[in-house]
Design a protein around this ligand. Structure first.
Ligand code: SF4
Length: 338
């Protein structure tokens, strides 16, 4: 689903994923395609469980390997298929050129090491082979000292005063907002080209979340880093991104430039999602979307949204809609769009 003439930095083509469960195989991603160009800010929205985070974990190589099968597709980074690479080649890209910030700052830091030790680890070993990266205690002194100096610099860049104190602290000694800033600093330390942000700041209070989003926006803008932001918060998407993908039940149902999507959503699911946003003035309760996400174990042959769609026809239940062009950089997977 390319939307730009510029070669994408990251391009996911028709990605399919299955999860093995006791009760059978769940088809959790079904032909997901999306792309991000250099310096672009792209959002991925959808309900919890729609496959947003899974798609990103597939990019980062973080899926549970025994239970997960890639049933088709490609994940291209600068034209190279990450799925076809060996671990060592892949690790030279993910974690360095492509990095991810997770939503829970508490679960993403090791509680038994100081921030300094964890950052030295990342910065000191980043250029070495993956097999040796866990050998933290073998870091030469001069390399460790240089890594610490760089770590202090990058902590200051994310707005943390007194970097030396932060480096000497354990995660539990910092507030949630500070831990999230530390994670952003770790992600940006090796000057990545693409930052994947999974619901950044969601675990924090709204004021701190707003500060974190502003920080991310400022940093990626200043450094020309592309960002792929996963969120269920449409306000965040509108504020930060240039282009949006809407996902439903393991499929991409619509993509458009952000302002166009908000002004003229065409897929019934996108329309329902936008109508679900509570309004403070004059709107009262939001309308919401009736029903729940479909069973991934026995997906319908047609449109996955059909059981919840007020406009579904017989054809929708039988035939899977393919993405159709609805305007410049605007694609919609719905039989209603001609
Ligand atoms: Fe609704 Fe049919 Fe469009 Fe699916 S294809 S969103 S069921 S109208």
């Amino acid at each position: 689903m390319l939307t730009s003439e510029v070669a994408p930095l990251l391009e996911i083509r028709e990605l399919g994923l299955e999860f093995s469960r006791f009760s059978g195989k769940a088809r959790v991603l079904d032909g997901v395609s999306l792309s991000v160009c250099k310096g672009e800010k792209v959002g991925v929205v959808g309900e919890t469980g729609c496959g947003k985070s899974l798609t990103m974990k597939a990019v980062m190589g973080l899926l549970p390997t025994r239970r997960t099968t890639v049933t088709g597709g490609e994940i291209l980074y600068k034209g190279q298929n990450l799925l076809g690479m060996n671990l060592s080649a892949r690790r030279r890209i993910t974690g360095k050129e492509v990095v991810m910030v997770f939503q829970d700052p508490n679960g993403s830091l090791n509680p038994v090491f100081t921030i300094g030790e964890q950052m030295e680890d990342i910065l000191g070993w980043s250029s070495r082979e993956p097999a040796r990266r866990s050998l933290r205690f073998g870091l030469p002194k001069a390399v460790a000292a240089e890594a610490r100096r760089r770590a202090a610099g990058v902590l200051a860049q994310v707005g943390l005063a007194d970097p030396e104190r932060i480096l000497n602290s354990y995660p539990f000694q910092l507030s949630g907002g500070m831990r999230q800033r530390v994670l952003i600093a770790m992600a940006l330390a090796n000057q990545p080209e693409l930052l994947i942000a999974d619901e950044p700041g969601t675990a924090l209070d709204v004021t701190t979340q707003a500060q974190i989003l502003r920080l991310l926006d400022d940093l990626v803008r200043a450094r020309g880093i592309a960002i792929l932001m996963i969120t269920h918060n449409l306000g965040v998407v509108r504020q930060v991104t240039d282009r949006v993908y809407v996902m439903y039940a393991g499929t991409v149902v619509e993509t458009a430039p952000t302002e166009r999507l908000f002004a003229d959503p065409l897929h019934p699911y996108t329309q329902g999602l936008l109508a679900s946003v509570p309004r403070l003035v004059g709107g009262g309760l939001s309308e919401g979307i009736d029903g729940s996400v479909p069973d991934y174990l026995s997906p319908l042959p047609g449109c996955r949204f059909a059981p919840r769609c007020a406009r579904a026809t017989e054809r929708c239940h039988q035939e899977k809609p393919v993405p159709r062009v609805a305007g410049e950089a605007h694609l919609v997977a719905c039989h209603l769009v001609k």
